[in-house]
Design a protein around this ligand. Structure first.
Ligand code: SAJ
Length: 424
């Protein structure tokens, strides 16, 4: 049996490689020629721990091959992006164009008995829409929406739920929600996931599976928003929010998450909008949580301005031009090198573009700053930045920062969005 994975990004590539590591023939398809060439050399074009070893072995042993054009297979796993777009005055409408393109791309190579699985995080109804696009392109085949259990093609939604940084392990260990358009679709998809999933495979409908994934990330977003709102309230009331949360979490039924500079990454800041855009009247809390988290970077920037103001009021001989600000951390979360959709990066860019003095950027997980970003120049050394900075801004709780004793940090002019140096 041959399995084809469409979209070789952060989810598709690890999935393809893990299936291939189980000695199944996998054809990976991606529109990006550079990604295809890199994979066929046994290398990877994205950053994810352990992935390089798995891909290298799978390619070398001949189980994984990448191409830009779809080929016939027995199962197709679609893992393409589902961002949002602005439409009719609404800024957060799900953009299904990548799913549409992938459906139209694989339709010509489909044959009776094939299974098509949508893995991309999707708004409710997207799997049915995908099946409709497939049916439109192949009137010679039957699909579940018209032929139910007797259809030629099986269709299911099985959302990915792996944590970036732990993808290779979580792909295997996590439970999977399998939403077939019919019971037989779920059965076929379960059989496929059993090849590599050690967690439980739980079946449901496609719509429930879609909503389950959106719910998981909205749950986390709402809970982070609660922590972020608390941090703003506590700042006003002059209470240390990290101490407060530690104390409240001593209650057996309270488990508050950690405040930060905002919510980054591709998932948690996006998926809740898929619920809001479908049910704008009803999804009030979910929308507010998004707004609270999206507003946090601006609040941190305000705190940095306050700290600079405080420094200047204590040093009347200086002007803003003389003030050196050091930003610690640019990644979207601790101990990774991923700067995509990072609130820390956004804050740093804002400081760099507006502050007339020197800005030092410290990010121990990357070797150089990304090109084409507002934050050009070299990265600063962590020790040196601490010594020469007048105002210190902690944006990500990377391990190397946690091991710096707070006594070494200029506490009077510190903005600590993560409570790393403020707590001790
Ligand atoms: N964050 C906080 N405070 C916290 C926890 C997180 O501010 O207490 C921030 C992080 O710094 C980061 C953002 O939230 O900026 C998201 O980080 P994360 O680690 O919570 O999640 P992601 O985006 O890396 O991965 C999430 C996961 N979803 C859930 O935990 C419910 C993952 O399992 C999903 O597969 C992934 O989204 C996805 O692809 O949808």
């Amino acid at each position: 049996n041959t399995i084809s994975v469409i979209g070789l990004g952060y989810i598709g590539l690890p999935t393809a490689a893990v299936i291939a590591s189980r000695r199944k023939k996998v054809i990976g398809v991606d529109v990006n020629q550079h990604a295809v060439d890199t994979i066929n050399r046994g290398d990877i074009h994205i950053v994810e721990p352990e992935l390089d070893i798995v891909v290298h072995a799978a390619v070398k042993e001949g189980y994984l091959r990448a191409t830009t054009e779809p080929e016939p297979a027995d199962a197709f796993l679609i893992a393409v992006p589902t961002p949002f777009k602005a439409e009719n005055g609404n800024d957060h409408v799900p953009d299904l164009s990548y799913i549409e393109a992938a459906s139209k791309n694989i339709a010509p190579v489909l044959k009776k008995g094939d299974l098509v699985i949508l893995e991309s995080t999707s708004p409710v109804g997207a799997t049915e829409q995908m099946a409709a696009w497939l049916a439109e392109a192949r009137s010679d085949l039957t699909f579940p929406q018209t032929h139910g259990e007797d259809s030629d093609i099986r269709v299911a939604h099985c959302p990915e739920r792996v944590l970036p940084g732990h993808v290779v392990r979580e792909l295997v260990e996590n439970d999977r929600v399998i939403g077939g358009m019919t019971a037989k679709c779920s059965e076929a998809a379960t059989k496929l996931y059993k090849i590599f999933v050690e967690g439980e495979c739980i079946t449901t409908t496609a719509r429930t599976a879609e909503m389950a994934k959106l719910t998981e990330n909205s749950f986390r977003d709402v809970n982070i928003a609660f922590a972020n709102e608390l941090s703003i309230i506590c700042d006003k009331l002059d209470i240390n929010v990290w101490e407060l949360i530690r104390l409240a979490n001593r209650h057996p039924r309270v488990n508050i998450l950690q405040p930060g500079p905002g919510v980054g990454g591709h998932c948690i800041a996006v998926d809740p909008w898929f619920i809001v855009s479908e049910t704008p009247e009803e999804a009030r809390l979910i929308r507010t949580a998004r707004e609270v988290n999206d507003g946090k970077p601006q609040w941190v920037i305000g705190k940095v301005n306050e700290a600079v103001g405080k420094f200047l009021s204590h040093h009347p001989d200086k002007t803003a031009k003389d003030v050196t600000i050091a930003c610690f951390g640019l990644a979207f979360k601790p101990d990774i090198d991923d700067l995509r959709e990072s609130p820390a990066l956004k804050i740093a860019e804002n400081i760099v573009s507006r502050h007339p003095g020197r800005v030092l950027l410290v990010e121990p997980n990357i070797a150089e700053l990304p090109k084409g970003k507002a934050v050009g120049g070299n990265l600063a050394d962590q020790q040196q930045a601490l010594e020469i900075a007048d105002v210190v801004v902690l944006l990500v709780d990377h391990k190397p920062f946690k091991s710096i004793p707070s006594t070494r940090v200029k506490i009077d002019y510190l903005v600590d969005s993560r409570g790393v140096w403020e707590v001790r």
